[in-house]
Design a binder for this molecule. Sequence first.
Ligand SMILES: Nc1ncnc2c1ncn2[C@@H]1O[C@H](COP(=O)(O)OP(=O)(O)OP(=O)(O)O)[C@@H](O)[C@H]1O
Ligand SMILES: [Mg+2]
Length: 265
Amino acid sequence: MKIGFYNIQGGTGKTTIAANFAYILSHSAKTILIDCDIYGGTTALLFGLEDKEHNLNTYLSGDSAIEDIIYQYDDLAIIHTDVSSRVFGYKVDLYRFEDLIKTLEEEYDVIVYDFPPNITEDNPLVGYVGEFELVNKVVIVGEDSIPSIVNSLKSMELIRDLGIGLTGIIINKYKGLTDISEIIDDVIGILPYDQNVERQWVESTPIVKIKTKFTKEMTKLTNELASVYLEKDLASLRALKLAKAISELTEEEKLEKELEFKDLE
Ligand SMILES: Nc1ncnc2c1ncn2[C@@H]1O[C@H](COP(=O)(O)OP(=O)(O)OP(=O)(O)O)[C@@H](O)[C@H]1O
Ligand SMILES: [Mg+2]
């Protein structure tokens, strides 16, 4: 399962939602969060990784191996980007991105992408052209102002034009001024404006580790999304892994596994 958060508009809360969504999911599925913004990524700040030597920039420029760039925060695996002005000096090869995802897919149930807002070639969401499906579900993160609604609608169209599965839109920083679901279709969740969210940057902690109004709604939304969109994928993934494992067993071991499986049912 490869799910990404996007909007052509900056600052709507993509990083906040991607990171907290991934953090919550990591308790129940093997999850990795990838910050795809090689020039303006901020995931490092959210998890206190800004001093680490390896990151997505060093990997894409051929200076780091995959295993070097994965950092662990509680149950969540994270690939962050450089937050210094060195970002302008890397010679990035985006083709290395495909190798990265193919390798990670073997090991993780869920890959969560935090996409940058731009539509330039260095954004894997729009810049990648190939047979391989880099992402299968995209969620648009927008705000409830008129300019932001216009940009969210444009973003949705872009995703559809790219032929990528569109899950819907999350309205973030909602102040309760309008009934948003009456204005646009495909709203899959609404998250409140909560000034406590800023604390996550100061404390280098995903905000859902702290009890806030945002945490309550973010947790509810993640669980809803997981049950609607992810559970089926995870179940089929597990079944596939199990089938693979069984095919490698001896007849006797197979019988044992089948009995074990029956017990579970
Ligand atoms: N629900 C919320 N309530 C209050 N502030 C929020 C909320 N969600 C995000 N923010 C704040 O809005 C700012 C932008 O959030 P964030 O960095 O997650 O957006 P982004 O879409 O990833 O931005 P960029 O386009 O630069 O990558 C941050 O300061 C963040 O703390
Ligand atoms: Mg961001």
